[in-house]
Ligand binder design. Sequence first.
Ligand code: CP
Length: 313
Amino acid sequence: MKWHRKDLLDLQSLSVEEIQTVLDTAREFKAVGERHIKKVPALRGKTVVTLFVEPSTRTRISFELAAHRLSADVINFNAEVSSLRKGETLKDTARNLEALNADFIVIRHSAAGAPHFLSRVLGAHVVNAGDGAHEHPTQGLLDLFTMREKKGRLAGLQVTILGDILYSRVARSNIWGLRKLGAEVTLCGPPTLVPRTFEAMGCRVVHDLHQAIADADVINLLRIQHERQRKSAFPGLGEYTHLFGITRSRLADTKPDVLIMHPGPINRGVEVDSDVADGERSVILEQVTNGLAIRMAALYLINGGKATTPGAN
Ligand code: CP
């Protein structure tokens, strides 16, 4: 299929075909990453600016590496020493970057909708690298890619997302993508962080851990997003870990081939014990590797790159 979007803002608005196109294109870029020469000229002459106004390790570095691998010029905007600190607005900041010939603005911001706003006021391509608790589309795509690669399919897969769903942009992007591609999604965590309103997105909501993990093919763990919670949503981290933390003994209650996933950063000993995070069922670091291929695919397609023929899911 031909890719028509100027921007990548969310998974809510992507079609099944568009999601499959990104996944299939990423598979090709993953193969490129395994070659001796890992660079391709697709974005030669283009400039990519990573405008991160919230902390990041994985997403920022992998977008920068993806742009380098596509032969673009890459600028890392440092919000801490920028004129945002002097009161310049986000719109003015982005328009000045565009005046400096930025072709792509990859933005992470604490305000939900910030990338959508920039998309309307800029001619440059805008890529959402996480906006508040709204969406994190490339994380959702890399999670879908990893599940499909490991399990061979998404349709019919039983995926449990465990933890702080309410404040999680990763959860929302996963839910949109997984439901569109036919996976069954169970959400689990404390009732204050996993309200039944998520059932409207086509998910099963349960508050009992055993019920949530017994039949899961994938358990995607989320950390508690303290930075977005206005008040504590449960009595304490010890209580959370006691009720919902994934330990090796709790894995005994799961399918023997369950995948353990986590978008990072991990809070070891809280949502997951180290021997599970680093254990044989964990694909957490493979998710990071796949994130590079997904971000190469996203930049390439948005730039007008020829999409591959979507394969069967
Ligand atoms: N998964 C994720 O978004 O990680 P970073 O915050 O390190 O980018």
